[in-house]
Structure formats: C-alpha cells, structure tokens
Design a binder for this molecule. Structure first.
Ligand code: GUN
Length: 287
C-alpha cells in the first residue's frame, strides 16, 4: 500500500446524516401507506448522567427520522426481577419493534441475563445470545451497532478487506469480538489484541485496518500505523475533563489513509445503525 501524505479524517456525522435521510424516506413511504411508525423502546436504570445523555441523543435521532420512541426510566434500586418484568411487557407489545437497555447496569443486575431476556427479534443491540450465535454462524441477525457502523464506514471509504490484515485492539462483547467476526466474514485476516498482547506496537504495524476499541487514551501512536492503513478509533475516555480517543489522531496524520476522529467519528454511526436495526425489526414485524 502506498504512503498517504494526506490523511482523510472521516466525517462520521455526515455519513450518519446521509443514512438517516435515506431511512426517513423509507419511513415516510410506510406512513404514506397508513402504517404505524417504527418504535424503539429505551430502558434506563439509574441516574448515570452519561447514560441519560446517550438515551436523549438516541430518542432525538428517532424523532428526526419519524421513528417513535418510548422510554422506561427505572430507579437505581430496581432489581433484576423488576427489570425482567418490564422486558416481558415490552417483548409482548406488538407496537414496540426494538428494545435497548442502556449499559452499564447498576450492580446486582447481570447484563447477560438482561440481554438474554430480550426477544431476539427486538434485540437491536445484537447482544442476545441468539443474535451472537447467528453472527458467529454467519446467519442474518441484529449486529451490534458500533461494529455495524464501523463496517459501513469502511465500505463507504472503499477500504479493501479481502485478504487485508486487520488488527483489533480490545475484546469486548459489544465491539471487539463482533467487529473481528465481521472483518473475518469480509475475508480479512484478523488479529485480536488485548491487555496481555506482547509487542502490541509491532502487531499494529502489520495492520491494513486497525480498530482501537480498548478505552486507553491515545494508546495508538503515529509510528504504530502502517502507511496507508485505515484507522478506526472507537475508544472514548475522559482525561482532565476532556474526551480523548484510543488513537493519537494528530500523530497518525500523513501516515493513515483514513482515521475516524473521537468526536463525530464512530459515535454518530453507532446511533444510525441502532435506527437501521430498529427499522429492519419493524419491517420484519410488518411482514
Ligand atoms: N452503552 C454504551 N454503548 C452502548 C450500546 O451500544 N448499547 C447499550 N445498550 N448500551 C451502551
């Protein structure tokens, strides 16, 4: 791959807006045929301000494309059994197409138990074991929103994946593991790295596609990046009150072909893919 004197900083917000416009047109066509609007239920347990703000952003995004959203705000003392009851109700409500339980959950509630309780057809986060299993098997399923958003970015920037070396830093259930499967399904050769990986910098230098999803501020330095590589920064950490990503964005300038900024990069695409998963759940529900 030739060196890239000019690194393109991905405008994730612009891409997200393009996709949302397409979705709002699809919803408009459904409404014009006297169908109800798609509906996403968001569940928030506790009063974590960051989670409350994410939920607000998700609901605003729904509204802007003509999608309904309902919110269930539960106190931080909510027990797992009480949350399971709420999910039962939402699972059996035919007017709810997608269900998202905002993470993290308060101590005492198992995120895996909760994901398992969501109807797989409504599991727009793609965290129910049925969807996880289908993803592993390469079957149609709801794919977790951040990895699905990353694949859209790579596709829209015409990043060759066939035979490419992809390196993923981070092995979370919500990003690292699913993105490694998606890249593999696109015929990349994937190396998974994590906190015990030896010679991380050298492994990263082999990457044509480098995904940093570990939450360590500015972990990926400029000289870790192979000239011409596509670099996706998923991490967000707060350092002295300022948000920073996993990638030293300035350091990779002039080396990477593309890089996603930690703001207006992957984030808007994650919400967009949540909308896309809800729209596809709605259309399956209609069918
Ligand atoms: N908290 C941070 N990211 C996510 C996400 O993608 N889904 C849910 N449910 N909670 C989150």
């Amino acid at each position: 791959m030739p060196p890239s004197p000019q690194t393109v900083v991905v405008d994730g917000l612009g891409l997200a807006q393009e996709m949302r416009k397409e979705m709002s047109e699809v919803i408009g066509r459904h409404l014009s045929q006297d169908r109800r609007a798609p509906c996403l239920a968001v569940v928030l347990v506790g009063d974590d301000p960051a989670s409350a703000s994410y939920i607000k952003g998700k609901r605003r995004a729904c509204k802007r494309i003509g999608m309904e959203s309902v919110e269930r705000k539960l106190p931080k003392e909510t027990t797992e059994a009480e949350l399971l009851e709420v999910l039962d109700e939402l699972n059996s409500d035919d007017t709810v197409d997608g269900i998202l339980v905002q993470l993290p959950l308060p101590g005492g509630i198992s995120a895996n138990t909760i994901a398992t309780a969501i109807d797989p057809a409504k599991d727009v986060d793609g965290l129910n074991p049925v969807n996880v299993g289908r993803l592993v098997l390469g079957e149609p399923c709801h794919v977790p929103c951040t990895p699905a958003g990353i694949m859209e970015i790579l596709e829209r920037f015409e990043t060759p994946l066939e035979g490419a070396q992809a390196v993923v830093i981070g092995r979370s259930a919500i990003v690292g593991k699913p993105i490694s499967l998606l890249l593999q399904q696109a015929n990349a050769t994937v190396t998974m790295c994590h906190s015990r990986t030896r010679d991380l910098a050298d492994v990263c230098r082999t990457a044509d596609v480098l995904i940093a999803a570990v939450g360590v501020p500015k972990l990926v330095k400029g000289d870790w990046v192979k000239p011409g590589a596509s670099v996706i920064d998923v991490g967000v950490s707060s350092v002295d009150g300022e948000l920073v990503g996993d990638v030293d964005t300035e350091g990779v300038q002039g080396r990477a072909k593309i890089v996603t900024p930690h703001r207006r990069g992957v984030g808007p695409m994650t919400i967009t893919l949540l909308l896309a998963n809800t729209l596809s759940a709605y259309e399956a529900n209609l069918a």
